[in-house]
Design a protein around this ligand. Structure first.
Ligand code: CP
Length: 306
């Protein structure tokens, strides 16, 4: 039987998402459960990461499992020319679960096709970041008390930002309205807009980031301009500081507004926002631990007790 992997959020039904979020809530109540005793998880990070890798590794540790892996692919035999297929087959000899971040779009799906060990996609190029989406959905549900009928404004690099691409798909089950704020060069790609059109999801596009947009928003999802995806550094310099959220822009925002960001931030959220009770990005990253514990148990078919 082919193993269960999480390579893309679009493989998750609404029921799958709600089950994983419910299990994340159980892990938040009690994160230390020894359900992975005797199991080994491998974290293969071909791209840099702080939150995703460390929260996955914390999740495995708190579940009683063990971790192998690397955070710098230049120290591995891939730097000698070993293919991704061979790397995955080797690690499959050692681990019960592979958590992988890779710079190539489609790398996680490919990995899932060459091994029977479950693969969790920890980000593949500008494509998908499904575990981020699960923690984003958990954060939205926690802060809003619901997932349905919310207005979500996405700001910044909507072209290369895999977190926003995944979040559109994850939210598609819950009748969202999206506002996409991006410079022309970093507009939401047609693929995601076609997805919205085909699923009857309302969206508007803007190039100006105005208070009027903020005042009609439940979740303000800020993103970093992804320098590492640009081939033209002059273009990056032109757009890198295009939107900076400052405290005074929030003065007429809704009481329930929460500011999210997948992090890392560069300049797009001023530091004075950190003390605003509507800032939620640090708690959002904390929620990643519980969401990832729930995802690990889901792919390994481990039941989560109350
Ligand atoms: N949000 C996120 O993916 O952060 P890292 O790149 O630090 O893992």
């Amino acid at each position: 039987m082919k193993s269960k992997s999480l390579v893309s959020i679009d493989q998750c039904s609404k029921e799958d998402i709600l089950r994983i979020l419910n299990n994340a809530r159980k892990f938040e109540a009690n994160p230390n459960r020894k359900v992975l005793e005797g199991k080994v998880a491998a974290t293969l990070f071909f791209e840099p990461s702080t939150r995703t890798r460390l929260s996955f590794e914390t999740a495995v540790n708190r579940l009683g499992g063990r971790i192998i892996g690397f955070s710098d692919a230049s120290t591995t035999s891939s730097s000698k020319g070993e293919t991704l297929k061979d790397t995955i087959l080797m690690v499959s000899n050692y681990a019960d679960l592979i958590i992988m971040r890779h710079y190539l779009e489609g790398a996680a799906r490919y990995a899932s096709e060459v091994t029977n060990v479950p693969i969790i996609n920890a980000g593949d190029g500008a494509n998908q970041h499904p575990s981020q989406t699960m923690l984003d959905l958990y954060s939205i549900q926690k802060t809003q008390g619901r997932l349905t009928g919310l207005t979500i404004t996405m700001v910044g690099d909507l072209k290369y930002g895999r977190t926003v691409h995944s979040l559109i798909v994850g939210m598609s089950h819950f009748n969202p309205t999206f506002k996409f704020v991006a410079p022309e060069e970093l507009k939401m790609p047609d693929e995601q807009k076609n997805f919205c059109d085909n699923h009857g999801i309302k969206y508007q596009e803007y190039t100006e980031f105005t208070e009027d947009i903020i005042n009609n928003t439940d979740i303000l999802y800020m993103t970093r301009v992804q320098r590492e995806r640009f081939t033209d550094m002059e273009e990056y310099e032109r757009v890198k500081n295009v939107y900076i959220l400052k405290n005074d822009m929030l003065k007429n925002s809704r009481d329930n507004l929460r500011i999210m960001h997948p992090l890392p931030r560069v300049n797009e959220i001023a530091y004075d926002i950190d003390d605003n009770p509507k800032a939620y990005y640090i708690q959002q990253a904390h929620n990643g631990l519980f969401a990832r514990q729930a995802i690990i148990c889901d792919v390994l078919n481990i039941p989560v007790e109350d």
